[in-house]
Write a protein that binds this ligand. Structure first.
Ligand SMILES: *Cc1c(COP(=O)(O)O)cnc(C)c1O
Length: 461
């Protein structure tokens, strides 16, 4: 049974693929594009807000690393989201999108002194990763109170999910204070004693592959620690719990499974006190907000056979689907085949591998799939690519970042597009490849002494 939401998503996506061909957004000169379903994004935000509605104040932030495209961030800001940023670039993207400093949460594990000064000076909420960083903040504040909330990230060490690289609460994870290490809890409590401005705990247990009970257990540990700190201090100093993101996405169907309501139900079972209003809650979802709303569409350039294996050569490979190509078991994607006019392809199926344009043999986005027989000029669509795909381009073979368009479709199949990101031009590719320094190495091969030993090579004007 498909839900109404999933059905709307599918019909809108089909309208978008037909429209993208009709309007020439995809074609020989732009053989790969990204598409973003605007209503799908707004539906996801609405269901997030509904699921958490209750007595507790909740600040929902979007994890910018899942998609730092400014128009997407602005759409999310208008829909009532805040933004979680973890690098100077993401901070600037969020500011360009119109988020105020008080709508941001700054979470990098490697914050520099300058970044900390900026965040503390502007009242951006920050989550500190370790005791060295805490000591840095002490020096920056020099006895003044912090302007915004300051939290400490803890690692509840509840274990790994299905994907090691996505599991942030293992015994040896690089993030946060490992709570089960000897003496760690006492050290955390001590840290709160002398710092009245330290008022949040942060736990992000993991992303894709982490089951809900594991995430809920980690949040339970953070909640219990907050209670213990407040009891020890005899005052309610910890006022906020940042519970991170990490709701996994079902990449095998069009459904949102599990949904935010399932997640909140799990939390209500494992940590019911979380919702009683004593703590401000912060969330940082990324993948679950956008994944289902994105599609990568590519023209099929050629089809061929090799040793009995059918291969369709497309323009979408490791440069746009990096994780899928390098870790196909952890990040499988559904693929659909469409005629040259963008209609779903009918006809007999064949077993086929979908290849990308990169010059290495493993550049495959789908392997041994049963799909309608593919011809050159058809389109292949990679579904559920709205999170982490458009924002995580890999510059292999100097392939340019493709254009991304937002779309809205009505029930009658009318569709409208808006540009989200222009395609990177080949001129930009060359400029980003050091073109301004083209002569620099030739200059360096001259007489070293004539420039003075150790002098930096001058860039010719
Ligand atoms: C990546 C990340 C998120 C978002 O995770 P999703 O799985 O995309 O929801 C949230 N918080 C932190 C600290 C992260 O590193």
């Amino acid at each position: 049974m498909t839900s109404g939401l999933a059905e709307r998503r599918r019909t809108a996506r089909e309208a978008a693929l037909r429209g993208a061909v009709a309007e020439g957004l995809i074609g020989p000169s732009s053989p790969v594009i990204g598409l973003m379903d605007v209503d799908g994004v707004l539906d996801a935000v609405a269901s997030l807000h509904t699921a958490f509605a209750g007595p507790a104040t909740v600040q929902h932030t979007f994890a910018a690393k899942a998609c730092g495209l400014v128009p997407v961030l602005r759409l999310l800001a208008r829909a009532g989201m805040g933004c979680e940023v973890a690098s100077p670039g993401e901070l600037q993207q969020a500011l360009a999108a119109g988020f105020g400093y008080d709508q941001l949460v700054f979470d990098s594990p490697a914050k520099t002194v300058e970044e900390l000064e900026l965040a503390l000076g502007q009242g951006v909420a920050i989550n500190l990763d370790n005791f060295q960083e805490l000591a840095r903040v002490d020096r920056i504040l020099a006895g003044r109170p912090a302007r915004g909330p300051v939290g400490l990230r803890v690692n509840p060490q509840v274990g790994a999910g299905a994907i090691g690289a996505m599991s942030t609460a293992t015994a040896t994870s690089k993030f946060g204070i490992p709570l089960r290490d000897p003496g760690a809890v006492e050290a955390v409590i001590d840290a709160f004693v002398g710092r009245p401005w330290l008022n949040r705990l942060h736990a992000h247990v993991g992303s894709q592959g982490c089951p809900l009970p594991l995430i809920a257990q980690g949040i339970r540990a953070a909640y219990e620690l907050a209670e213990r700190i407040n009891e020890t201090l005899g005052r309610r100093q910890v006022t906020g719990l940042d519970i991170g993101g990490g709701l996994p996405v079902d990449f095998t169907t069009d459904e949102n499974r599990p949904g935010y309501a399932d997640y909140v139900a799990e939390l209500r079972t494992v940590v019911p006190e979380l919702f009683d209003g004593r703590y401000t809650l912060v969330t940082e979802f990324g993948r679950s907000l956008l994944a289902k709303s994105g599609t990568i569409a590519s023209l099929v350039e050629y089809t061929k056979s090799a040793g009995g294996r059918r291969i369709a050569v497309t323009h979408a490979g490791a440069q746009v689907a990096t994780r899928t190509v390098f870790m196909p078991d952890a990040w499988p994607l559904r693929a659909g085949v469409f005629d040259a006019d963008g209609s779903p392809k009918q006809g007999p199926a064949e077993t086929v591998d979908i290849a990308g344009p990169c010059c290495f043999a493993g550049d495959l986005t789908a392997v041994e799939r049963e799909l309608p027989a593919i011809d050159p000029g058809d389109l292949v669509a990679l579904y559920d690519t709205g999170a982490y795909y458009f924002s995580s381009h890999f510059a292999y073979n100097s392939l340019p970042r493709p254009a991304v368009y937002g779309y809205r479709a009505d029930g009658a199949g009318h569709v409208r597009f808006a540009p989200i990101r222009s395609a990177q031009s080949l001129r930009e590719v060359v400029e980003e490849s050091g073109a301004a320094h083209a002569d620099a190495l030739s200059a360096l091969t001259g007489d070293i002494a004539s420039e003075g030993a150790g002098a930096p090579a001058r860039t010719p004007a």
